[in-house]
Design a binder for this molecule. Structure first.
Ligand code: ADP
Ligand code: MG
Ligand code: ZN
Length: 513
């Protein structure tokens, strides 16, 4: 198969996403009062409504509707004042009532959009001359329309034991847990406006940052509270008609979204170039084997017998309700990123990472309260590099660590004032994470403070220059890089405590004199 960049020169990829997100921060399910938690014993959180007992009547969860309206507003949607819940029929044990309650043609949120900023290597996936204005560095911004965000209920979780390759056979034993059945779920559907796997990935990441900031979900791709289906088709460049799409189901990581779509694009190109046809089907991405396989061919919408749910009255949202939802929207990630760049001079990537996670943003803001720009940039550095690396390795969230903003600030101060080098900084971070001690105390107890006093460093520099006549000759002969070797000698003589930047300055001054 040809590689993606090559394929995209001849073919235009057309991608649309359907993103499901569980409203994990709500206390109760969508249409009943059962707890909305994942950690209970199997089948503990159930009642006649979510088990679909005849005669049990659903009552919509107002807090869920608040959450989805906030999502809609944050995604620039038009909030629909009048909508209805529908029944989508199907037969499978994960929904005991044999239909899923969902929204009909009119969803709470319609016709929104998000703008994507695409930069760096990912921007190269989109060949030039394909309708976006690229900046000198290749970066570009492109709008992605959102058709709708609707409210529905999730199904039960099934666990199939035995059988082969995920297929259910007569040897399979199936376990079912109705705790998730009836929990509040949103689905966002984009228009087919995405053109590269990287754009699809960036869209998901951006949406996740927004949902996290709104506090409507924990948005864990890993645990399935946020998941997406990727629809993709190809057409020859210049063609306007859409090709037949395939759908990659239940993608559970950003990497899988990107790699699965990239594979599927290359696969479709190969089929089409050999004169074959693409069937509209659902496929599954197998990351370990790096391929997609057919799950099922598409059922048509008629099979669902979609009709308004007679147990749920049409839903009317008042202006007051919508205004109340709007008032609860916090500063959104893009605005926060721009503020961090303007107020603290953070690099764009650092600002975006910190602003995209509300817990991380709160941590940062506590650490830099009353701080200058240089100090803030160093705090950001420690958070983005040391702290994030540490949390990832430990598999915990920033809200779960005992490391405090004050400790990070103290470490950043030591770095910003050159009291310790960046190498020492990493070491101090590790010691701090382990012991919980204050970085300044760690540095003092271990005598790690860098010597930045010229008077103390100069004799070392002189001794090194006297000893290394050969390197001094080389330097004067034009090989300026040899200064690195000389700094190394000075560091050795100072037992690692001299400030390497200062050694470099002193050496250079003396060599040039
Ligand atoms: P389905 O009925 O198969 O669910 P929809 O029309 O509801 O299809 O669209 C589902 C998703 O697929 C949307 O995100 C939409 O943008 C995208 N989509 C629709 N047609 C195409 C196509 N030809 N190529 C790529 N994506 C498409
Ligand atoms: Mg669909
Ligand atoms: Zn219930």
């Amino acid at each position: 198969m040809r590689e993606l960049p090559d394929v995209l020169k001849d073919w235009e990829a057309v991608i649309g996403l359907e993103v499901h997100c569980e409203l994990t921060t709500l206390e109760t399910k969508m249409f009943c009062g059962c707890p909305n938690t994942h950690d209970a014993e199997p089948n503990a959180n159930v009642c006649p409504v979510c088990l679909g007992m005849p005669g049990a009547l659903p009552v919509p969860n107002k807090a869920a509707i608040e959450s989805i309206v906030r999502a809609g507003l944050a995604c620039n949607c038009e909030i629909q004042k009048h909508s209805m819940f529908y029944r989508k029929h199907y037969f499978y044990p994960d929904m005991a009532k044999n239909f899923q309650t969902t929204q009909g043609p009119v969803a709470f949120c319609m016709y929104g959009h998000l703008d994507l900023d695409v930069a760096g290597e990912g921007a190269a996936e989109r060949p030039d001359g394909t309708g976006v204005d690229k900046a000198a560095d290749g970066s570009y911004t492109t709008p992605v329309r959102i058709l709708r965000i609707h409210m529905e209920e999730d199904a039960a979780k099934m666990n199939h034991l035995g059988g082969e390759e995920g297929r259910i056979t007569s040897a399979t034993e199936s376990l079912i847990d109705y705790n998730r059945c009836g929990t509040p779920l949103t689905e966002l559907v984009t228009e087919p406006d995405l053109r590269t796997p990287e754009e699809a990935r960036l869209f998901m990441e951006k949406l996740r940052r927004i949902y996290l900031t709104l506090g409507i979900s924990d948005c864990s791709m890993e645990h399935g509270s946020m998941r997406c289906d990727g629809n993709v088709s190809l057409r020859r460049r210049g063609e306007t008609r859409l090709g037949t799409k395939t759908e990659l189901k239940n993608i559970n990581s950003f990497k899988s979204l990107h790699d699965g779509l990239a594979y599927e694009i290359c696969r479709q190109a190969e089929v089409l170039e050999e004169g074959g046809v693409i069937y509209q089907e659902t496929r599954h991405w197998e990351p370990s084997r790096r391929r997609t396989v057919v799950m099922r061919v598409k059922e048509t919408a008629d099979d669902y017998r979609l009709f308004p749910d007679p147990d749920l009255a049409p839903y009317d949202l008042t202006d007051e309700f919508i205004a109340h939802c709007a008032a609860e929207i916090p500063e959104l990630p893009d605005a926060k990123r721009d503020r961090y760049m303007a107020d603290f001079g953070l690099k764009r990537a650092d600002a975006e990472q910190i602003a995209g996670d509300p817990d991380c943003a709160a941590f940062f803001e506590e650490a830099v309260a009353g701080e200058t720009t240089k100090g803030a940039a160093t705090v950001a550095n420690v958070i983005v590099n040391d702290l994030t690396g540490y949390l990832n390795a430990a598999g915990i969230a920033i809200s779960e660590t005992s490391i405090t903003p004050a400790q990070v600030k103290s470490l950043a101060d030591l770095l910003a004032s050159d009291a310790i080098s960046s190498n020492q900084g990493r070491e101090v971070f590790g010691l701090m994470a382990e012991s919980g001690d204050d970085p300044a105390a760690i540095v003092d107890a271990r005598g790690m403070r860098q010597v930045s006093d010229t008077g103390a460093l100069e004799p070392i520099v002189d001794a090194v220059l006297a000893r290394c006549g050969e390197q001094v000759e080389q330097y004067r002969g034009g090989n300026k890089r040899v200064v690195g070797f000389l700094v190394g000698q000075c560091m050795k003589d100072s037992k690692g405590k001299g400030n390497p930047k200062l050694f470099n300055q002193l050496l250079t001054a003396k060599l040039e004199a």
